[in-house]
Design a protein around this ligand. Sequence first.
Ligand SMILES: Nc1ncnc2c1ncn2[C@@H]1O[C@H](COP(=O)(O)OP(=O)(O)OP(=O)(O)O)[C@@H](O)[C@H]1O
Ligand SMILES: [Mg+2]
Length: 415
Amino acid sequence: MIIKSIHLTNFRNYGRLDLDVGPSVNIVYGNNAQGKTNLVEGIYVASSMASHRTSKDSDLIKFGENEYTASLEMTDDDGCSVQLSACYYTERSSLSRSGKAGRILIRDNATISKMSEYLGVCNIVIFAPEDLNIVKNAPSYRRKFLNTLISKVSPSYFNLLNSYSRILAQKNALLKSIKLSDDKPGLIDEQLNFWDFSLADLSAEIILMRYRFAKLISDMASKHHGSISGGKENLSIEYNTIFGVVGALETFLNKNSKYDEFMHKGLSGADYGRIKGILSDLVLAKLKSVRNYDIDKHISSTGIHRDDIIIKLDGLAMKNFSSQGQQRTAALALKLSELEIIKMFVSSTPILILDDVFSELDKTRRASLVSSMKDAQIFITCTDKNMIGEEIDQMGWSKNADFFCVDNGIIEKKS
Ligand SMILES: Nc1ncnc2c1ncn2[C@@H]1O[C@H](COP(=O)(O)OP(=O)(O)OP(=O)(O)O)[C@@H](O)[C@H]1O
Ligand SMILES: [Mg+2]
């Protein structure tokens, strides 16, 4: 997929932007706070309705406005035109029918009601300073990394996550209301059994995907990390979920000699049914064992919504023990593994965005990043275009690169 043009309306500091871009390397430069990141964020949002900087849709709307639109005109690998358009409106917008905020997703002039049909049309991997959060911040950042990656290669996973969140919200609402209501304990138990049964079933499917992709990330990130750091340290990733579940899954795979098949293409048929049943029973038992506590505290204290991936360097959790430089290298290795996994599962080469990343990387790390980018369409933001001169020469980009200067929300193409 190649982006031909980008169209933004009331997105961050852009009132209206219609920009034709080049098919290979697009270098977006300008002083601080002019709109470089906003532009690449607009591209990413148009492709996935998600931002790498915020989880609040309303942050993306230009101050004082009530809706934004971010659209891409593209050409797919067969030369056919593809359009994607993502819109978000607040409850005050004229687009709001029921007085609520909402989203409109359009693909090739047709409205798309399911996000899973929108995701995966245009795959973009973004490298940004925020990647460091994956290594050093709260588990939610690592879950987002894992969830975004798996959703890109498997839209059905996105649907599973959505169903899980919806049911969890319903169960939480019930847990919150228990104190207020005078329902009989038997009735409460019956209702909680119903939600827990659904949650356990969905959890088993999500766990299978998360375990498999965490292993893939671990293998690939470790390889990239080795080549960036000269093999001095070993990076590994461990999937951390409800106690006992990973052990049961590994026992099943080893006992039935299914590990390679599972890692290669996942399990199917009877094997999938059996392991799903085992995991679902384990999750259900765990949810039941914490029920009284959860009723007392009005929360869902246990479940895959608390999952994490533990990033370790030479066996020690990086979050607690590593330096800034080590964390930066690990974050880069994780993102390179994302790029490689998407290439493995999706036939078209992903588009790459490098938002302000070169300034923080040394020569070796820059070279690792650049060498993973052959043949891709790339967007690079920087404050000084001369700062990336070496990479431009190294990749033979000088002939193909397009330059764009950003000044206070106005973008001018430069030769
Ligand atoms: N919702 C919004 N509406 C209007 N302006 C916004 C909105 N959100 C952010 N801005 C402004 O957009 C401007 C440009 O931000 P952006 O992050 O794109 O800068 P940048 O060119 O990437 O700068 P830097 O080189 O520092 O990374 C900032 O002044 C910011 O305050
Ligand atoms: Mg920026």
